[in-house]
Design a protein around this ligand. Structure first.
Ligand code: SF4
Length: 381
């Protein structure tokens, strides 16, 4: 298939009305691989299927904000599985190859297997199945792993912020035992949902003493632990720079006990920097496996960011730190054709120049702008 780049349209301040106008503008066939305003392709779509979670991790859904009075989206506001699948098909026509289901906790969405079946049947522009994955807190994996695999899910990423039960219970803030998540990971491995990744958000002074136990526990297991710098996502997590433990320090601590060698990225736009465990000859020993570090605070990787995020209620966000999304649900529910949806997505992506992590240090504080970043539980991490 010949790549076709649709002419650049500056849509930085895209209002919903302008998106609608673009959707209805005659453009010929609106499909084709896209580049954003900074030349980045669209490859990766993260779809949030629920804004609810059964954990209350302080960096994501702190209890003080997400309490019993918090108003979640009503069911009617959520995209249906058919709407998600239809939009995904249109995104694929623009070059998306990888879909990650997120939340909230995606396994809380009823009958999620049905959506996975629908997505697994789609094919990329090259005629391949999607790289179809899901990020979960692992609490329901023991029950669901085999069902998810049977529905066509390829792999899972499990969030796990420590192995010490007391630390883990404190971090999830709902007293959930770590043993149950480890059992879920084992169930996912048994079901063949691999290679499994485990994501650990590292917060200095809170769980950084868990870095080495996590590395030791998963070394040689076939599971890749990725250590993520604590980020200023959303508007409610009370982020402070002095609680960020730089990835370089994570690598230094692990390498002091288990020697590491740098590895090449597995795919363009990969968020994690890869480090392999070295064998006695000083070279990477695949049997020992590898770790990843995600340094979005100390080493921004916006230059290669090829991710779009679709919120639970059908808004496209172009950055994890965005303030506003672009509403596709309204288009969907007003009877827009696939061509109109494709034009709208093209317009939105071609106007994208988000690169928050690269600009973080030079931006005014949110309090000065009066804008609030969207919560991670709403658009997925
Ligand atoms: S800050 Fe935004 S643009 Fe940069 S890597 Fe993260 S999501 Fe992508």
């Amino acid at each position: 298939m010949i790549d076709r780049v649709i002419p650049l349209i500056d849509q930085r301040q895209a209002s919903q009305a302008r998106v609608r106008r673009m959707a209805s503008a005659p453009q010929g066939s609106p499909t084709g691989r896209l580049l954003d305003a900074l030349g980045r392709p669209l490859r990766d779509l993260r779809i949030s299927v629920t804004d609810r979670c059964n954990f209350r991790c302080s960096y994501c859904m702190p209890k003080e904000v997400f309490d019993k009075d918090y108003r979640y989206l009503p069911h009617s506001a959520l995209l249906t599985f058919e709407e998600i699948t239809r939009l995904t098909r249109v995104f694929i026509a623009h070059g998306v190859r990888k879909v990650r289901l997120t939340g909230g906790e995606p396994l809380l969405r009823k009958n999620l297997e049905t959506l996975i079946e629908q997505l697994a049947a789609l094919r990329t522009l090259d005629g391949q199945p999607l790289d179809l994955t899901l990020t979960t807190n692992g609490s329901l994996l023991t029950r669901k792993a085999a069902l998810l695999k049977a529905a066509g899910l390829q792999r899972v990423t499990v969030s796990l912020d420590g192995l010490d039960d007391a630390v883990f219970r404190r971090m999830n803030d709902v007293d959930f035992p770590v043993a149950d998540v480890l059992q879920g990971i084992a169930a996912a491995q048994e079901a063949g949902l691999g290679p499994i990744k485990v994501n650990m958000v590292v917060k200095r002074g809170t769980n950084d003493d868990q870095i080495l136990p996590m590395a030791r526990h998963f070394q040689g297991s076939g599971i890749v632990v990725r250590f993520i710098e604590y980020m200023d996502v959303g508007a409610t997590n009370g982020w402070r720079m002095d609680e960020v433990l730089p990835s370089a320090e994570v690598v230094r601590r692990i390498a002091a006990e288990m020697p590491l060698v740098p590895l090449e990225p597995a795919a363009p736009g990969e968020t994690a920097e890869r480090w392999g465990y070295a064998g006695p000859d000083g070279r990477h020993d695949p049997q020992l496996g590898e770790i990843g570090v995600i340094s979005s605070v100390t080493q921004a990787f916006c230059r290669d960011c090829n991710r779009a995020r679709l919120s639970t209620e059908g808004k496209v966000y172009l950055c994890l730190f965005a303030h506003e999304g672009h509403d596709l649900r309204e288009l969907l529910r007003s009877g827009a054709s696939d061509d109109a949806l494709a034009s709208a997505i093209a317009t939105i992506w071609q106007g994208r120049q988000d690169r928050y992590s690269e600009l973080r240090a030079s931006l005014p504080p949110e309090t000065a702008t009066g804008k609030r970043r969207v919560e991670m539980s709403y658009i997925g991490g």
